[in-house]
Design a protein around this ligand. Sequence first.
Ligand code: ATP
Length: 240
Amino acid sequence: MMALTLSGVGKTYIIENKQVPAVSDISLTVETGRFVTIVGRSGCGKTTLLRLIAGLEPKSCGTMGFNPPNAKIGLVFQEPRLMPWLTVENNMAFALLQEQDHDQVQQTVQHYLKMLHLEDFRKAYPAQISGGMAQRTALGRALCYNPDIILMDEPLGALDAFTRASLQKELVNIFLLAKKTILFVTHDVDEAVLLGQQVIVMEGGRILRDFSVPLTYPRDTASKEFYEIRTQVLQAIMDR
Ligand SMILES: Nc1ncnc2c1ncn2[C@@H]1O[C@H](COP(=O)(O)OP(=O)(O)OP(=O)(O)O)[C@@H](O)[C@H]1O
């Protein structure tokens, strides 16, 4: 089953009366429950593509279909964007504030606090936790919303190398447990191949290559198979 189908999608900005194409002719299908990574040089259109899918920007052309048609979309950005006046657990519950069933909300938050190893920090405020914990809270907030698709824009980009490596592992575990469709933008080729079952390489606003990564999780970055795919992805980007 397809979660997302894009056909001929493009976005052109008008800057000082000049047309600036940010993404062009994007055709893409994403299967439900798949972890897809989008990788490419800075400025190749990754963020614009995510913003179009999220509905944060109107597309200039093409068609976009979701399954279910009213798919809920969760977003995680490079910065956690937490509410400083809310605790970790209340930040996670943020999208559920309108829900009437408070016991159900508590259960959902508890479930993801546990999955994200944040139980001991549930009462802490964003200023009292590390960058890695803040980003886990942002991920928890997206998961509590129970989205059909999670869009992640360089969510680990601002973290130190150690925190980043441990969150990459955690993200794979969460993906295996939560079984969500994930689109994850990065400009780190290793990260793209470590996480993605499908790696989409973008260049100049277009999809250059679409790699399938037939490796099981957790992946071994030192293995020959990993190295071979990583090299192919890197070459696709560098050969341009
Ligand atoms: N709001 C905007 N107005 C005008 N041009 C824009 C806007 N947003 C993006 N662009 C242009 O569209 C192109 C793609 O930008 P985008 O941010 O999508 O790339 P990216 O691959 O996500 O880059 P990075 O990895 O640096 O975040 C760039 O040339 C950028 O200058």
